[in-house]
Write a protein that binds this ligand. Structure first.
Ligand SMILES: [Zn+2]
Ligand SMILES: [Zn+2]
Length: 232
């Protein structure tokens, strides 16, 4: 599998200022890998060997089921199921119930797509640190983002150390804390106003924009689970 399928130019995700840019990066890479798996990957036997062993998580299985390419998916599942049968349920192997459970756990916890995304993601996060360190325009673009989700707030902050960003690690951390903290304060007001709007005695609903308020739960869950809410 070509490595460039797992990565995208980082600045592309920061050019649009709407939602968490890292979630956007994730989705772009994920879409690329999903399309590759249900397309060109069929021509690469190495990929099939990997998917047979790693399998797919529930999230990615569901995503592939909703895409075109049922035959490609079925061909992959055919050999993956055989691999499970040969490994977990093999009659030849002298294996205890415990070791069968262990082998099943390995299949249940693996995902070829998650693994590839993680591989590409690590490199892209490092590129963010490097670009922030040396490119003024990128710093400006990063510092004016509207928000980061909780997961990517943690991920970006965890790796932003002196070693990776000798000059700008503090500025980087200050900005991501400011952006995420401000967004969270807005969310708190938002969800409170939404809850109050259910109270018929409240005047908040009359004052507030209901169409805007209606999406408060989507915005709050998007912040917590890293999914981009559908803003309408
Ligand atoms: Zn995110
Ligand atoms: Zn997965």
């Amino acid at each position: 599998m070509r490595e460039d399928i797992c990565t995208i130019p980082v600045s592309e995700a920061f050019e649009i200022k709407d939602g968490c840019p890292i979630c956007r990066m994730y989705k772009t890479v994920e879409d690329r890998i999903l399309n590759y798996i249900l397309g060109d990957a069929m021509m690469e036997p190495d990929v099939r060997i990997e998917t047979n062993k790693a399998g797919f998580c529930p999230n990615h299985l569901n995503k592939m089921m909703s895409m075109r390419g049922r035959l490609q998916l079925s061909l992959m599942l055919e050999t993956h199921l055989k691999e499970i049968a040969d490994t977990v349920f093999s009659k030849k192997l002298f294996s205890s119930a415990e070791s069968k459970a262990k082998a099943a756990k390995k299949f249940n916890e693996g995902c070829f797509i998650c693994r590839k995304i993680d591989f590409g993601f690590e490199r892209m996060i490092d590129t963010i640190y490097r670009t922030y360190e040396k490119d003024r325009d990128f710093r400006e673009m990063f510092n004016t983002q509207p928000r980061f989700c909780m997961h990517h707030f943690e991920q970006l902050l965890t790796g932003a150390n002196k070693k990776k960003m000798p000059k700008y690690h503090k500025e980087f951390a200050d900005n991501i804390i400011r952006i995420t903290g401000d967004y969270l304060l807005n969310l708190c007001d938002d969800i409170s106003a939404y809850c109050k709007s259910y109270d018929y005695r409240s005047r908040e609903a009359e004052k507030g924009d209901m169409a805007e308020l209606k999406l408060s739960p989507e915005r709050a869950t998007g912040f917590l689970n890293g999914q981009i809410p559908e803003e309408k």
